[in-house]
Design a protein around this ligand. Structure first.
Ligand code: CU
Length: 598
């Protein structure tokens, strides 16, 4: 066991490496056969694989220990992740899910095109699976690629209920590899997720440990003068947001897992030198964006969200909860580190790609946490370079034109800066705005640049994948132009810890209606300072570039702060569907809508 001691002044050292042999507590899992039990919690941390077209899944509570404390997890067939289900395109699959919990449960097949009654969202697709009951899912696979499945009930996804879902193409795979591994990233908390959620509701930034310090302030003073530094502080205070607000939770609360193994456990993917290896990366975390790289190896990205793309070779990619990327690598050395740092830079998941178990390569330092830039906050600022624009550059601007030191809130739309942020309310103490109590800021001139790798990845010297790199070969599924547009703002109020579409939380919302068969353009305009991985169930989201040309087919699209993106949907799936941010706490705090196709 290796736990780095916490220190209030060293946020980057608050990082729990976890137990080397953490995971499901051995000897307490009757579901596992001896071979499976022997493989749990070992350095290779094998995830069980089930193949065929009939599957039995048992949902139960299982004791786990990732950090030195034994806690109860929600497991599928007794493991974390649950078994990888391997299916074949064209097959009708039958999956019987038995609930041995005291609470209702469900399984959602993330990214799978299927009848809505099989989609597994309680209250929308079906009533859920009551304690003691078995629900039988049955559907025919119309697609292939890397997907995953998870609970859509309560906080079960955060307590271990997720697994990989691989569908082999009916006609043989056009992606050729000698060997493959599933790499499912997730996050774990020893705390009860409901309590964590309650604390977030009480104080949104309680868990944010990258708060600017007095030292940052004095550095700003020396760089830009007292007034500039004061304006910057004041502005952040006004918005009840921290410029380092990259994640709601950090490594103080979370242990970052790779295939259910903490960093100290060094999950290892084996290969033979000279092989071409396919890695199927899945982000199954409740709350963590990961920045993934394999120092010393180029990764050729060949699939996004289960759909083949035109191959693109990169050093690094970022993905949020719900997204998947398949990459090809050709390792030559004996060992490489699979390195997945959390976007807020407070910790990482880590494993090894090695020629045998027990090897490891150097583990990189965490990159420094970066402040959100003015572009992140305000969008497109009159042609300024988003990549190089940072808060420091504000010091060069004429603050008198921004009316910030005078605290004239009505002038805070910052017209002098060619657009930006509106915070029109003078009642900032109530963290409300003219757009209602659920909206604490509004971006008037959003940016559309898909080629921005995002905060913390700009100009880092590595070739980082962006949405602009992703191209689905063969073009759109449906060549019709959209008949209409639906525009929704992604909104939030950090102080109240509410998240919503258009300032309306799910509980007060009415469904978005799509006419059966129509082609529609959906525009998402992010008025918050966080990136939201937006997941529409049941139908593909075909992302457009800013000039309206087709980019890529996705099931989950990350929308950066102050960004405005659009995608086309063909409403070819009758019924009731969920559409939500895949950060669990954002979903539960209201960034969720029902979509009805009729
Ligand atoms: Cu979100």
């Amino acid at each position: 066991m290796e736990v780095i001691k916490n220190s209030p002044n060293l946020p980057r050292r608050r990082f729990v490496q976890g137990l080397a042999a953490g995971g499901v507590v051995l000897g307490m899992v009757p579901m596992l056969n001896p071979a499976q039990a022997a493989s749990r919690g070992t350095v290779t941390g094998d995830v069980p694989i089930l193949t065929g077209n009939e599957f039995e899944l048992i949902i139960d509570e299982t004791p786990v220990n990732f950090t030195g404390k034994t806690r109860m997890a929600t497991t599928i067939n007794g493991s974390i992740p649950g078994p990888t289900l391997r299916m074949r395109e064209g097959d009708e699959v039958t999956i019987r899910v038995t609930n041995r919990l005291k609470d209702p449960t469900s399984i959602h097949w993330h990214g799978i095109i299927l009848p809505y009654q099989m989609d597994g969202v309680p209250g929308i697709s079906f009533p859920g699976i009551a304690p003691g009951e078995t629900f039988t899912y049955k559907y025919t696979l119309q697609q292939s690629g890397t997907y995953w499945y998870h609970s859509h009930s309560g906080m079960q996804e955060l307590t271990g209920m997720y697994g990989g879902l691989i569908i082999d193409p009916a006609e043989g795979d056009s992606i050729e590899a000698d060997r493959e591994h599933l790499v499912l990233l997730s996050d774990w908390t020893d705390e009860n997720p409901m309590r964590v959620f309650g604390k977030l509701k009480n104080q949104g930034d309680l868990y944010n440990f990258n708060q600017p310090t007095v030292f940052d302030f004095f550095r700003d003073v020396s760089n830009g003068g007292v007034m500039a530094a004061l304006s910057k502080r004041q502005m952040w205070n006004e918005m009840r947001m921290s410029p380092t607000d990259l994640a709601d939770l950090s490594s103080e609360t979370l242990t970052y897992l790779m295939n259910g193994t903490a960093p100290a456990g060094n999950w290892t993917a084996l290969f033979k030198q000279g092989e071409r290896v396919r890695l199927r990366f899945i982000n199954g975390a409740g709350n963590s964006f990961y920045d993934v790289r394999i120092p010393g190896l180029k990764m050729t990205v060949v699939q996004a969200d289960g759909q083949n793309i035109e191959p693109v070779t990169v050093d690094e990619f970022r993905f949020g909860p719900g997204e998947t990327y398949d990459v090809l690598v050709e390792p030559q050395a004996e060992a490489y580190t699979l390195f997945a740092q959390a976007m807020d830079r407070t910790g990482y998941a880590r494993g090894t790609l090695g020629t045998q178990a027990g090897l490891s390569a150097a583990v990189p330092e965490l990159d420094p946490a970066e402040w959100l830039t003015m572009a992140d906050m305000m969008g497109d600022m009159g042609g300024m370079d988003h990549g190089s624009m940072d808060t420091g550059a504000m010091a060069d601007m004429d603050h008198s034109s921004m009316n910030m030191s005078g605290m004239d809130h009505s002038a805070m739309s910052m017209g002098a800066m060619a657009g930006g942020l509106s915070k029109a309310s003078s009642e900032v103490n109530h963290a409300s705005s003219e757009y209602g109590p659920s909206v604490d800021m509004r971006v008037d001139t959003p940016r559309t640049n898909l080629d921005d790798p995002g905060i913390g990845l700009r100009n880092n010297g590595r070739r980082v994948l962006t949405l602009a790199d992703l191209r689905t070969p063969g073009g759109v599924m449906d060549p019709r132009p959209p008949e209409r547009e639906i525009e929704l703002h992604l909104t939030g109020n950090m102080e109240r810890y509410t998240w919503s579409f258009d300032g309306v939380e799910f509980g007060s919302s009415t469904p978005v209606h799509l006419n059966y068969g129509e082609r529609v353009r959906i525009i998402l305009h992010n008025d918050t300072m966080m990136t939201h991985p937006m997941h529409l169930h049941g139908m593909w989201s075909e992302l457009e570039s800013s000039d309206g040309s087709f980019q890529v087919r996705r099931h989950t699209i990350p929308v950066q702060p102050a960004q405005r993106i659009s995608f086309l949907v063909t409403a070819d799936a009758l019924g009731r569907w969920a559409w939500h941010c895949h950060l669990m706490f954002h979903m539960d705090a209201g960034m969720f809508r029902e979509v009805v196709v009729s």
